[in-house]
Design a protein around this ligand. Structure first.
Ligand SMILES: NC(=O)c1ccc[n+]([C@@H]2O[C@H](COP(=O)([O-])OP(=O)(O)OC[C@H]3O[C@@H](n4cnc5c(N)ncnc54)[C@H](OP(=O)(O)O)[C@@H]3O)[C@@H](O)[C@H]2O)c1
Length: 427
C-alpha cells in the first residue's frame, strides 16, 4: 500500500462532518479502493470547541493556514461564492494542493479561472458534491458520456423547491404555508431566497452546461425564475392536463448557441422527472446517439454529499488526472447563449379575471393579435365579485409572443392579478 493521501478539511458543518465520519467509518474499505490510506491531517471551522458529534483533531484556527499545511488535498466545505472559500481554494492551488469542494456558488462564478489555476500546476479541482449531492452526475458527464455530443441536460437540482412543490400538491396548501413548515423541519434555510428563487439551481446548471458542452460556466446568460408565484390552483390545473409542476434547470444545444434556463415547468406526469418527489433530485441527459439517461436520488444531506466528496478524494488518491470541466481549461469555449425563442413550446397560461361579459373575448383577442393560438381551455367557478381563473394551453409558441400578449392582457381592468405563464416540457 502506498503512502497516505494527506487531507485538510475546512468547514465542519453538515458536509464536513459527514466526510470526517465516512473517512473514519470506511477507513479500510477506502484504503483498499484508493490503494493507499486517506488520513486527515488538519481541520478548520469558526468554532474550535463546539460539540459536533464527532472527534475533532488537529484543529487549525485560521482556515487559510490549511493552504500551507502538510496536506496533499484541501477540502473546502465552508461555502459562499467569494470570501474565505475563494481565498482558500486559490491559495491551496497556488501552494500545489489538490482541491475538493462542494461549493457550486464559487465554481459557477469563478470556475473558469480556478480551472486554469489548477491545470497550470497539474492539480485536481474536483466538485462531485456541488451538483445533485450523491448523484454522480459530474463524473458521468466528465468521464462517461463522452463518445457523442450531449444534446441536453434537464434537472430537478434543488431539493427544497422539489419538497415544497410536492407538499403543495399533496396538501393543497399555499407556497408560503409549505415554506414555513419546510423551515421548521429543516428542509429550507431561514433565508430561502437562493433556493426558492432558482439561484441555487442556476449555479448547478452552469456547471452541468460546462461539463456537457465544453463551455465556460456562465451565469450571466441564464434566465432564472423561482417557484414563489406557483399557486395550489396551478398545481391542480396541471394535474387536470396530465402534468406536474417542477422547478427545472434546462441546458440545451441549439443551432444558435446554448439555451440555459431555470424556471417552473409543466412536466408530463408519466415522465421520469415528474416522478422525482420530495427532497430528491433528478437529472435527464440526452447523450445524442447514446440515447437518454436518467439519474435520481438524494441531492443533499450529510451522507449523500459526503459520499460524493469521498469519491473525489479516492480518485485523487489513485493519481488519475482529469481536467476540471472535462476538457483543458484553455480550450473551453466562451458561452454563446441561444435566443430565448430558440425552441417554441406549448405554454400553460392562467388569468385571474372578473367574471364579466367580454373578458374571454378580450383575452382571446390579444392572444390572437400576438399569434398565440389556444389548444384547450378551462374556466372554473362563477362569482359576481371575486376573481375566477381562466386557464389555457397554447400550441407551440415562441416565448416572446406569449410575453407580448400577456403584457397587453395585464393592462385590462378585468384582470385581477399578474397572468401566469409556465412552459410545458416535452419530457
Ligand atoms: N448541506 C448540503 O446538503 C450540501 C449539499 C451540496 C453542497 N453543499 C455545499 O457544501 C458547502 C458546505 O455546506 P454545509 O451545509 O456543510 O454548511 P454548514 O453546515 O453551514 O457548515 C459550514 C461550515 O463552515 C464553517 N465556516 C463558516 N464560515 C467560516 C469562516 N469564515 N471561517 C471558518 N469556517 C467557517 C462553519 O464553522 P462552524 O461550524 O464553526 O460555525 C461550518 O463548520 C457549501 O458550499 C454548500 O453549498 C451542501
Amino acid at each position: 500500500m502506498g503512502a497516505s493521501l494527506k487531507i485538510a478539511i475546512a468547514g465542519l458543518g453538515t458536509v464536513g462532518g459527514g466526510v470526517i465520519k465516512a473517512l473514519a467509518d470506511q477507513e479500510n474499505g477506502l484504503a483498499a479502493r484508493a490503494g493507499r490510506p486517506l488520513s486527515i491531517v488538519a481541520v478548520s471551522a469558526r468554532d474550535a470547541v463546539k460539540a459536533r458529534g464527532f472527534k475533532v483533531e488537529n484543529f487549525v484556527a485560521d482556515p487559510l493556514a490549511l493552504a500551507k499545511c502538510d496536506a496533499d488535498v484541501v477540502v473546502e466545505l465552508i461555502g459562499g461564492e467569494d470570501g474565505i472559500a475563494k481565498k482558500l481554494v486559490e491559495a491551496a492551488l497556488a501552494n500545489g494542493k489538490h482541491v475538493v469542494t462542494a461549493n457550486k456558488a464559487l465554481l459557477a462564478k469563478h470556475g473558469a479561472a480556478l480551472a486554469v489555476a489548477a491545470e497550470k500546476n497539474k492539480l485536481q479541482l474536483k466538485f462531485e458534491a456541488a451538483v445533485a449531492g450523491g448523484i454522480p452526475i459530474v463524473n458521468t458527464l466528465r468521464e462517461s458520456l463522452v463518445a457523442y455530443d450531449v444534446q441536453a441536460v434537464k434537472g430537478i437540482l434543488n431539493g427544497t423547491c422539489n419538497y415544497i412543490l410536492t407538499e403543495m400538491e399533496a396538501t393543497g396548501a399555499s407556497f408560503a404555508a409549505v415554506l414555513k413548515d419546510a423551515q421548521k423541519l429543516g428542509y429550507a434555510e431561514a433565508d430561502p431566497t437562493l433556493d426558492v428563487g432558482g439561484g441555487d439551481t442556476a449555479h448547478k446548471l452552469a456547471l452541468l452546461s460546462s461539463l456537457a458542452f465544453g463551455v465556460t460556466p456562465d451565469l450571466s446568460a441564464m434566465t432564472v425564475e423561482g417557484i414563489e408565484h406557483i399557486t395550489p390552483a396551478d398545481i391542480h390545473f396541471a394535474s387536470e392536463f396530465g402534468f406536474r409542476i417542477k422547478l427545472l434547470g434546462v441546458a440545451r444545444r441549439t443551432a444558435s448557441g446554448i439555451e440555459q434556463r431555470v424556471h417552473p415547468a409543466m412536466v408530463r406526469a408519466r415522465s421520469p422527472l415528474a416522478n422525482v418527489d420530495g427532497a430528491a433530485n433528478g437529472v435527464l441527459v440526452d447523450a445524442g446517439q447514446a440515447g437518454p439517461f436518467f439519474f435520481s436520488g438524494r441531492g443533499a444531506g450529510e451522507a449523500p454529499t459526503a459520499s460524493a466528496v469521498v469519491a473525489d478524494l479516492v480518485e485523487i488518491a489513485r493519481g488519475t488526472y482529469t481536467p476540471v470541466f472535462g476538457r483543458a481549461a484553455a480550450i473551453l469555449q466562451p458561452f454563446k447563449p441561444a435566443s430565448a425563442d430558440a425552441a417554441p413550446t406549448p405554454w400553460y397560461l392562467r388569468f385571474e379575471v372578473l367574471d364579466v361579459p367580454g373578458v374571454l373575448a378580450e383575452i382571446a383577442g390579444h392572444l390572437s393579435q400576438c399569434g398565440v393560438s389556444i389548444e384547450s381551455m378551462i374556466q372554473r367557478g362563477r362569482h359576481e365579485t371575486a376573481p375566477v381563473a381562466i386557464v389555457m394551453i397554447t400550441h407551440d409558441t415562441r416565448q416572446s409572443a406569449v410575453e407580448r400578449a400577456l403584457k397587453a392582457i395585464a393592462r385590462s381592468d378585468k384582470i385581477r392579478a399578474r397572468p401566469c405563464m409556465i412552459p410545458m416540457e416535452a419530457a
